[in-house]
Design a protein around this ligand. Sequence first.
Ligand SMILES: NC(=O)c1ccc[n+]([C@@H]2O[C@H](COP(=O)([O-])OP(=O)(O)OC[C@H]3O[C@@H](n4cnc5c(N)ncnc54)[C@H](O)[C@@H]3O)[C@@H](O)[C@H]2O)c1
Length: 443
Amino acid sequence: MGQEAGSTRMSIAPASGKLAVLLPGLGAVATTLIGGVEAVKRGLAKPIGSLTQMGTIRLGKRTEHRSPLIRELVPLASLEDLCFGGWDVFPDSAFDSAAHAKVIEPALLEQVRAPLEAIRPMAAVFSPEYVKRLHGTHVKQAPTKRALGEALREDIRRFLKENGCSRAVMVWCASTEIYIERSAVHASLAAFEKGLDENDPAIAPSMIYAWAALKEGVPFANGAPNLTVDVPAIVELARKQRLPIAGKDFKTGQTLMKTVIAPMLKARMLGLVGWFSTNILGNRDGEVLDDPGSFKTKEVSKLSVLEHILQPHLYPDLYGHFDHKVSIHYYRPRGDNKEGWDNIDIAGWLGYPMQIKVNFLCRDSILAAPVALDLALFMDLAARAGLSGIQEWLSFYFKSPMVAEGLYPEHDLFIQLQKLKNTLRHLAGEELITHLGLDYYEH
Ligand SMILES: NC(=O)c1ccc[n+]([C@@H]2O[C@H](COP(=O)([O-])OP(=O)(O)OC[C@H]3O[C@@H](n4cnc5c(N)ncnc54)[C@H](O)[C@@H]3O)[C@@H](O)[C@H]2O)c1
């Protein structure tokens, strides 16, 4: 970055003109985001859960009493300037899809009917090989994966033109794809583009969207646990295009809790014997995750968190042998209102056992929508500030944060928040906050 932290304001292009928020997957999360933004714009509801809309940031010393809203410190796109679009394998409008998802209550949904009805998904790049439980028909046909990517690029250009947008961001809100491991085709951009020509099976639809977005100068954030942009080939493309990327998997319910409770256990040197997590949910995401291939992708994402936070190699006596189980059960009657249970077996002084039980009755998409909104706005900010490649400061929003090769991810929610806020202070030329505070006591 070539400047001292907190010395001068970085040059950030203004947020002028309309910002296209392009969403592959117009399902429960995407329509709760769009319907929510429309409701907030009309003063019908508050943007609760969104740091960009409600969060403040302390600047300088505690004695200075400076705590502006984050959106007053850095130039973010305003909700009025957002223009939503997307793709789906079903042709339903955002209104019909929201009605099907049953997250936003009918009375509120009715009040935002017009803007949601106007959003019709573009035909998806999709193959049931990658999401076994879905059989949509609103799908693009082309002989190669490169041709499908080119069709998406055309969609992006057309959307920007037709809607008079000055720039765009893409946030993946589509279904979780089957588990794919990194392979040779992901190792470099050249190998990846050859794979697009040769229809390599290790290139999933989500990767084609990411490739198309970056080729069109559009930042990409990944809300699902798919590999997608977490491969060297796409990181290389992002660096080449000087664009930000981020992922993966929105951190919303059970993992949000885990990344608060586990750091507490470690902070107090309490041992962990076992952590049993289970969920029931009945939305389409739950149905997709009922397939072992898609569940494996989610499971890997959910399981990695504890190892990284607890660092068993540093604390073998406390965390050397804990059991960690995660399961998700599709249970239709529950709809989007997921219920998560955690049973945590811990050990205290002299090894005495204790238990913590957490029963989180949450609403999946109500938790995810503000995360998707913040990511769209912060990714746009990052692009205008010239930040490119992996945006680790947005780890706060992800279950499996992407990090540079050789780094372990930081999962502790409050370290992530501090990193996010310090990045904003840095962008704004404000002093970073270390919480040392000795100077308050020097007389
Ligand atoms: N709290 C949360 O809700 C939460 C948290 C973390 C991650 N996620 C992830 O976010 C994603 C969206 O969740 P949701 O509840 O909205 O699911 P959903 O099933 O309601 O919506 C996903 C939509 O994506 C569409 N789709 C699938 N493949 C597509 C493709 N290749 N191109 C375009 N559209 C495609 C489906 O038809 C569906 O309408 C899922 O991957 C989910 O795992 C959600």
